[in-house]
Design a protein around this ligand. Structure first.
Ligand SMILES: O=C(O)c1ccccc1NCC(=O)[C@H](O)[C@H](O)COP(=O)(O)O
Length: 260
């Protein structure tokens, strides 16, 4: 069983339990559900840096990145650094995140927030909206084309942006549809956990111009970003490189200053 299969198997159980406790109708009634969202895709189109900074405590590929910071400080630091948006991991078992992290980040900043989650059910999209997200991630590797269509159309009807993530050409070709805003290429090989931006470069020409192109994972240098910009990328999702420092916001600020 690969890592995504394991995560998805756990998610099915988790969602069943949560739905029994908090039904969808209750999520839709929460005051934050009515909040007006902001678009990450627009922020990326109008930005020189294109940085999406992630809150990431640990991951399947790194058991310990940073356990000592609180999400509010990280969020405020990123916003002060001038990032375009923040990605908040909400999976608890594999990444040490939570929906509470998303809520606390929402309470701390105005910038677009992405719920970084393994979405396999409409319930998780309602949950995301009820915890202050502006953007959802859909991962092509764990969804059928029909599911991508249903989930992305629901997200759009709720005013959310959709970032669709792929790892290869097959996933890209099966996923392209008008209800997506951003196409993300993940540079991490989920079998070996090795990272290489070559996959972003290889797939760039296959991504239609209508979508904002985002390169995700394993980005740690200004040179890598300048290189990816030549391939039309406007968004760069960075987690570990910022989070492994004592002050991710300060580090992100210096990083962005060097980019301009
Ligand atoms: O990060 C992992 O080890 C991982 C393993 C399995 C599925 C997803 C995983 N990461 C999620 C992400 O997409 C990254 O957190 C994000 O792109 C930032 O990556 P990085 O800058 O390399 O921390």
């Amino acid at each position: 069983m690969n890592i995504l299969d394991k995560i998805v198997a756990d998610k099915f159980k988790e969602i069943q339990l949560k739905q029994a406790l908090i039904p969808s109708a209750q999520l839709e009634k929460s005051p934050i559900f009515q909040r007006e969202t902001t678009s990450l895709a627009s922020a990326l189109k109008n930005s020189k840096s294109g940085i999406i900074a992630e809150h990431k405590r640990r991951s399947p590929s790194k058991s310990m990145i940073n356990q000592s910071l609180n999400v509010q400080d990280v969020a405020s630091g990123y916003e002060d650094a001038g990032v375009c948006g923040m990605s908040v991991l909400t999976d608890s078992k594999y990444f040490g995140g939570s929906l509470e992290d998303l809520l606390l980040a929402r309470a701390s900043v105005k910038m677009p927030l992405l719920r970084k989650e393994f979405i396999i059910s409409e319930y998780q999209i309602l949950e995301a909206k009820a915890h202050g997200t502006d953007v959802i991630l859909l991962i092509a590797a764990i969804l059928t084309r029909d599911e991508i269509k249903t989930f992305s159309e629901l997200a759009k009807s709720l005013g959310l942006d959709v970032l669709l993530e792929v790892h290869n050409l097959e996933e890209l070709e099966k996923s392209i549809m008008p209800s997506l805003d951003m196409l993300g290429v993940n540079n991490r090989n989920l079998k070996t956990f090795e990272v290489s931006t070559n996959i972003s470069k290889e797939l760039s020409a296959k991504i239609p111009q209508d979508f904002v192109k985002v390169s995700e994972s394993g980005i740690s240098s200004i040179a890598a970003i300048k290189d990816l910009k030549q391939y039309g990328y406007q968004g760069f999702l960075i987690g570990e490189n910022f989070m492994k420092t004592d002050d991710p916001g300060k580090y992100a600020k210096e990083f962005i200053q060097q980019l301009s």
